[in-house]
Design a protein around this ligand. Structure first.
Ligand SMILES: Cc1cc2nc3c(=O)[nH]c(=O)nc-3n(C[C@H](O)[C@H](O)[C@H](O)COP(=O)(O)OP(=O)(O)OC[C@H]3O[C@@H](n4cnc5c(N)ncnc54)[C@H](O)[C@@H]3O)c2cc1C
Length: 309
């Protein structure tokens, strides 16, 4: 097929990057989505893209990091940022990295907050999702892509080629009971004068982390299993603030500018495979849990190859 017609279900980061890769391969692409991009889980994410460890998903992640480094700039919302990742366990250094250039150095004990025993300074792409998603929408529609807002009840649609990028919606749409929501949330505060980021890993569902985006900072660090409510919760927000103030007291007086929440599409592993139903070829691309931004371009490359190959 020289100019195939494709419908991509979903306008989050996975749907948009997949749609763009299909367009670049010559397809005519329509996105069909229940929510507009600004209301998706993707819009609530931190957008930290690294470090990349040696793992089965490293190829996707390295492809994304390469694309993000290529397009970095104020107009895309992508920048390279330096920060500290710290763990409460004594681990004796990070597991093997797939991209050594991200590691700056091991943290000194005096650089770690109380209760943390190991850490590393790293430099990774940090994505300001609202700006970045606008950029992706413009890149897609500017090349002739259409976005239609409507709920989809079946993957057998009015195109012979379909990509399913429905995130947590895949539980119902693809009839996949292994998909479950893991809620995450951010408190958005005015930046009290910080640079970079801090990512604390405790091994518990409640962590503390903050990432700076110029005038504002996202405070976060929760994973609430099985919660289908996408609205920010005041109790979760209070816990995030308390934990972040323990690490960085300057957040105590920072003005709260807003709240963001989203449902991470959790699954034992990402589903990236083709299926044929009657005359429709469907590629599934969902289940990225807390790494959808990081894995997006690599998965988009593979999804496009599976669909058009
Ligand atoms: C607080 C938080 C912080 C995060 N931080 C990071 C991070 O630092 N780095 C990182 O890589 N990832 C992070 N993530 C994870 C990341 O946000 C997700 O992995 C990613 O957004 C998933 O993208 P998606 O496009 O699959 O899903 P979504 O963004 O949820 O998009 C799904 C799309 O499918 C549509 N849809 C669903 N069902 C239907 C249907 N039946 N009909 C029509 N449309 C449908 C929806 O309307 C939506 O447009 C974070 C997540 C949260 C919540």
């Amino acid at each position: 097929m020289s100019n195939p017609d494709v419908i991509v279900v979903g306008a989050g980061v996975i749907g948009l990057t997949t749609a763009i890769r299909l367009q670049e391969a010559g397809a005519t692409v329509r996105i069909r989505t229940a929510e507009l991009t600004a209301d998706t889980t993707s819009a609530a994410a931190t957008g930290m893209c690294g470090p990349v460890f040696q793992s089965p998903t490293a190829t996707w992640e390295m492809a994304t990091v390469a694309e993000l480094r290529r397009i970095a700039g104020p107009e895309t919302g992508v920048r390279l940022e330096t920060g500290l990742g710290a763990v409460t366990a004594k681990v004796g250094g990070p597991p093997p990295l797939a991209d050594e250039s991200m590691l700056i150095r091991a943290a000194k004990p005096e650089e770690l907050p109380a209760g943390y025993h190991d850490g590393m300074w790293m430099r990774v792409p940090l994505v300001d999702l609202p700006v970045y998603l606008d950029y992706l929408v413009t890149r897609f529609t500017g090349d002739g892509g259409k976005i239609e807002q409507r709920m989809v009840e079946t993957l057998e649609l009015d195109a012979e080629l379909v990509v399913n990028c429905s995130g947590v919606g895949a539980r119902k749409l693809a009839g996949d009971p292994s998909v479950r929501p893991v809620k995450g949330q951010h408190v958005v505060v005015e930046n009290p004068g910080l640079d970079g980021f801090f990512l604390g890993i405790t091994g518990r569902p409640e962590n503390a982390g903050w990432h700076t985006y110029g005038k504002h900072v996202l405070l976060g660090g929760v994973r609430v299993e099985g919660d289908w409510d996408p609205a920010p919760s005041p109790e979760i927000a209070a816990g995030i603030l308390r934990r972040c103030v323990e690490i960085e007291p300057r957040f105590a007086d920072a003005k709260v500018m807003g709240h963001r929440a989203g449902l991470r599409p959790c699954r034992p592993s990402v589903r990236l495979e083709a299926e044929v139903r009657g005359s429709t070829k469907i590629v599934h691309n969902y289940g990225h849990d807390g790494s959808g931004v990081l894995q997006s371009w690599g998965c988009a490359d593979e999804a496009a190859a599976l669909l058009l190959g």
